[in-house]
Design a protein around this ligand. Structure first.
Ligand code: SF4
Ligand code: SF4
Length: 563
């Protein structure tokens, strides 16, 4: 039966430029002399450092513990010595630094002891924790911690699990090559995800410009169906159109489900994982191996474009050097030409989000002509796959009227770049959206910090006021108690019932007098011992004690004279 496919609005057909990097098999990148492993490699909380300088580590050892509800662990990516924990520049266009573990490899590349995790015997929470601790995050680019996406949704089970092998961005072929060479691991990971989400069906979507990957994955599904692993799975070739690899776009193409603005696909019974993520789930659970490396495409202005299995922390310059950069190289881009970011330099490390290191030159990516005014042609809106109005978002972002930009669903923009690609005025629209988003985030963070400071101040004032009131109440209670006692003593004195004979003006003296009176009363109540009633030996003991007492009362000189 031929599956019915649907289409999404907008999209473009750029030059794909994929062939140069998918002619060679995946190779393992050599070990660099220094690895710079950032602790923050995923969306969410920054992992806590768990190692210190001078410590020996082995490959796969936890070096950053997840922190908070949204966070993912980080591991040593080879064996060696931690040289330092220090701030290093991040692979981000901002050029900002973040805390990294600097590792000197020992060359042995020695793994920690690891074993398969019996995930079928674990609860759903325990499996999620295992994936969090193995550092598994989405490898399609978003690096969202995968354990948070293993969620059957409101209905208690997913209808469709989508495995995303579309890989629509030009130049990038890492998913393509992994599907060709390692299909079984992807299918086994998809089977784990299917069982964890109780999905009714698993659809593996691959763009039809990757016939070798479609063939390899289809053969693996048939092979693994015999063992029941690939049950309810189907490989589907989808039309090649950028950005078919967007999660919502691929879900739309495969199922017809249109996920509205601001909604999650799980609310509509669908969830999407990248093929590389599925393989990482298999590595983590079936092999017990945490995430320490990924496949990275090196392409663009190089002599030998290729895909490499690269340890996280490997400097990009080492990777580029393997492929023979051409002399006119003037930039390094992480990702593809549509959604990628220009790197601040080539020293920044490969991280979990690095699907491609694209080497650029003025010839390959000529500088755009001068930016012209928007002519309101509407081309950008026709190209937008998310049905946004890019020119409105552009106007408000440029004018820094961020509230209005948000009203036009700025945060639904997936930064695919289709609008900028078709804009006849050469407006770098995505740059404006990224600027607006970062400004809004910064303002929200500032507001959050100000709110927290205000809350702390108000809390302190309330605490001081409460302490003042408590102190006043204690003093009042003490005064009332003293007053009541005095009144009692006065009443007792008036009635002649053993209270103080005469109340004085000083309440302290009265209390002392009352205490002395009580002590005398108790002494008077003790009956004197009648010695005659005692046994003879007891009488002798009493006599002896009295003699000692009498002797103790005599001055020292008298005692000497007596002797
Ligand atoms: S495509 Fe460019 S010129 Fe046309 S409406 Fe959009 S932003 Fe304006
Ligand atoms: S970058 Fe944003 S606004 Fe532009 S086409 Fe893509 S989703 Fe639409």
């Amino acid at each position: 039966m031929i599956r019915e496919l649907f289409s999404f609005n907008g999209g473009v057909k750029p030059a794909y430029n994929k062939a140069p990097s998918n002619r060679q098999p995946i190779a393992e990148a050599p070990l660099s002399t220094e690895l710079v492993i950032p602790l923050h490699q995923s969306i969410g909380g920054i992992p806590r450092p768990l190692v210190k300088a001078g410590e020996q580590v082995r490959k796969g050892q936890l070096i950053g513990g997840p922190d908070g509800n949204v966070s993912s662990a980080v591991h040593a990516t080879t064996s060696g010595t931690v040289r330092a924990l220090e701030m290093r520049r991040m692979p981000h266009t901002s050029g900002l630094s973040a805390l990294c573990v600097i590792l000197d490899p020992d060359g042995r590349d020695e793994w920690i002891d690891h074993a398969p995790i019996p995930w079928r015997t674990l609860s759903a929470g325990e499996v999620r924790n295992a994936l969090r601790d193995a550092g598994v995050v989405g490898l399609g680019g978003a690096v969202f911690p995968s354990y948070l996406k293993i969620n059957p949704g409101k209905q208690g089970r997913l209808d469709t699990l989508v495995i995303n092998g579309a890989e629509c961005e030009p130049f990038i072929t890492c998913d393509d090559m992994q599907m060709r060479e390692r299909p079984d691991g992807i299918i086994k990971g998809a089977a784990i995800l299917r069982d964890l989400t109780q999905a009714r069906q698993v659809l593996i979507g691959i763009e039809d410009n990757k016939p070798e990957a479609v063939a390899a994955m289809s053969a693996a599904v048939e092979r693994l169906k015999a063992g029941g692993i690939a049950d309810r799975m189907e490989v589907v070739a989808v039309p090649t159109r950028y950005p078919a690899g967007g999660a919502k776009q691929l879900i739309r193409v495969l199922t017809g489900i249109e996920v509205p603005h601001g909604k999650r696909s799980t609310d509509y019974g669908a969830q999407c994982f990248n093929t590389g993520t599925a393989h990482a789930v298999y590595d983590a659970l079936d092999l017990g191996r945490p995430m320490v490396s990924r496949i990275v495409t090196v392409a663009g202005n190089v002599e030998r474009p290729r895909n490499y299995e690269v340890r996280f922390g490997t400097p990009m310059r080492d990777l580029v050097a393997l492929c023979g950069p051409r002399p006119d190289t003037d930039r390094i881009i992480m990702g593809g030409p549509m959604m990628g970011y220009r790197m601040p330099d080539d020293e920044v490390p490969v991280v979990k989000a690095t699907n491609c290191v694209l080497v650029g030159s003025p010839a390959l990516f000529p500088p755009p002509g001068p930016e012209m005014p928007c002519i309101r042609c509407g081309e950008c809106a026709r190209a937008c796959p998310v049905d946004l109005q890019p020119f409105e978002m552009y106007w408000f972002s440029r004018a820094k009227i961020f509230g209005k930009a948000q009203e036009y669903h700025l945060f639904d923009c997936i930064e695919c770049g289709c609008c900028a690609y078709v804009c006849p005025s050469r407006i770098p629209l995505v740059d404006y959206y990224r600027f607006a988003k970062s400004e809004i985030w910064a303002r929200e963070q500032e507001k959050e910090a100000a709110d927290q400071a205000r809350q702390r101040y108000e809390f302190r004032l309330a605490r001081e006021e409460r302490e003042k009131q408590e102190k006043a109440a204690k003093l009042a209670a003490k005064a009332a108690e003293t007053k009541a006692k005095l009144a009692q003593q006065e009443a007792a004195a008036a009635a002649g019932t053993g209270g103080a004979d005469v109340a004085t003006a000083d309440p302290k003296k009265d209390l002392i007098a009352a205490a002395m009176a009580r002590a005398q009363q108790q002494k008077a109540q003790v009956a004197p011992v009648n010695v005659e009633n005692l046994a003879p030996d007891q009488q002798a003991q009493v006599a002896e004690a009295e003699a000692r007492l009498a002797l103790a009362a005599v001055p020292v000189e008298s005692k000497a004279n007596a002797e």
